[in-house]
Design a protein around this ligand. Structure first.
Ligand code: CAA
Length: 259
C-alpha cells in the first residue's frame, strides 16, 4: 500500500512507521491520521509484525501536534468530532494494538504528538527531544487523550503543571518523570528502538498480547484487572506457544515462537 504522509518499512518482524510531513513538523492532519489508522489496522492483523516502531521524519520533530491550520476555524461540534474521531481512529486503536508500539521520539513531541507517544506502549527519546501539551496556549485543551494518559504516566501533580503552564520538558526531565524509559543520542535512537524490539520478538506473541490486555485493563473503569489477569493467564495454557515455551525450558533450549 502506498501512503502520502507516512513511510512504512518492515524489516523481519519489526515494522517502522515514520510520520513524514517534515516541513509541517509532522503535524497530524486528517489525512495523516487516516493513513496511520490504515497502517496500524494492517499491522494488527499481520502476524509477521511483532513490534511497531513509530517515529518522525527529519531531525527536528517527532510530531508537533494536531494540525492547527486545519482546525483553526472549527466550531464546537466540529471540535468535539475532531477529538472523538481522532481518539477512535488512532489513539485508542494504538493503545489497544495486539503488539507493542515503541515511540522513538526524535524531536518535538507536542500536543497530539505527545499524545501519540503516550498511547504507544514504550517511549524512548533522543536527547534533543522536547515534550509538552501546549494546547491551553491556543485556547483549547488536549483532545487526543492527553489529560488522561499524562496523569497516568507522570502523576496528577506533574500533569497539572505541564498542562496548565503549556511548557516543554527536556528528554532528561521526561525520563525522571517516567514519561520516557530511555534517553539516547539522535544517532542511537532507532538502533535502541530496534534493540528493544529484538528482545520482544523472541517472546510468545500470544502471551505478549495477553499481557498487554491485562495491563491495559487497569485503566478501564469498572473492570477488575486481577480478574482479567486470571482469565488471560488461564487462556495461555491452551496455546501451542505455551507448549513450545515450557517444552523448550525443560529441553534446555531456546523457545521458537516465530518462523
Ligand atoms: N500544526 C500545523 N502546522 C505546524 C504545527 C502544528 N501543530 N507545528 C508546526 N507547524 C508548522 C509551522 O506552521 C511552520 O509552517 P510554515 O513554514 O508553513 O509556516 C512549520 O511547521 C515549521 O514550524 P515553525 O516555523 O513554528 O518552527 P519553529 O522551530 O520556529 O518552532 C515549534 C517549532 C515550537 C514546535 C512550533 O512550531 C510550535 O509551537 N508548533 C505548535 C505546537 C503546538 O501548539 N502543538 C499543539 C497543537 S494542538 C493539539 O495537538 C490539539 C490536540 O490535542 C488534539
Amino acid at each position: 500500500m502506498s501512503y502520502t504522509n507516512i513511510l512504512s518499512e518492515q524489516n523481519e518482524h519489526v515494522l517502522t512507521i515514520t510520520i513524514n510531513r517534515p516541513k509541517q513538523l509532522n503535524a497530524l492532519n486528517k489525512d495523516t491520521i487516516n493513513e496511520l489508522n490504515l497502517a496500524l489496522v494492517k499491522a494488527n492483523e499481520d502476524q509477521s509484525v511483532g513490534v511497531v516502531i513509530l517515529t518522525g521524519s527529519g531531525d527536528k520533530a517527532f510530531v508537533a501536534g494536531a494540525d492547527i491550520k486545519e482546525f483553526a476555524s472549527f466550531n464546537i461540534e466540529q471540535g468535539k468530532q475532531l477529538a472523538a474521531e481522532g481518539q477512535r481512529q488512532l489513539f485508542d486503536l494504538l493503545e489497544n494494538l495486539n503488539k507493542p508500539v515503541i515511540a522513538a521520539i526524535n524531536g518535538f513531541a507536542l500536543g497530539g504528538g505527545l499524545e501519540l507517544c503516550m498511547a504507544s506502549h514504550i517511549r524512548i527519546a533522543s536527547d534533543n527531544a522536547r515534550m509538552g501539551l501546549p494546547e491551553v496556549s491556543l485556547g483549547v485543551i488536549p483532545g487526543y487523550g492527553g489529560t488522561q494518559r499524562l496523569a497516568q504516566l507522570v502523576g496528577r501533580g506533574k500533569a497539572m503543571e505541564m498542562v496548565t503552564t503549556a511548557g516543554m520538558i527536556t528528554a532528561d526531565d521526561a525520563k525522571a518523570s517516567g514519561l520516557v524509559n530511555h534517553v539516547t543520542t539522535p544517532d542511537e535512537l532507532l538502533p535502541l528502538a530496534n534493540k528493544i524490539a529484538s528482545k520482544i520478538i523472541k517472546n510468545s506473541p500470544n502471551a505478549i498480547s495477553a499481557a498487554m490486555r491485562a495491563i491495559n485493563t487497569n485503566y478501564i473503569d469498572g473492570v477488575n484487572g486481577y480478574d482479567k489477569e486470571i482469565e488471560e493467564f488461564g487462556k495461555c495454557f491452551g496455546t501451542p506457544e505455551f507448549v513450545e515455551g515450557t517444552t523448550a525450558f525443560m529441553e534446555k533450549r531456546k523457545a521458537i515462537f516465530r518462523q
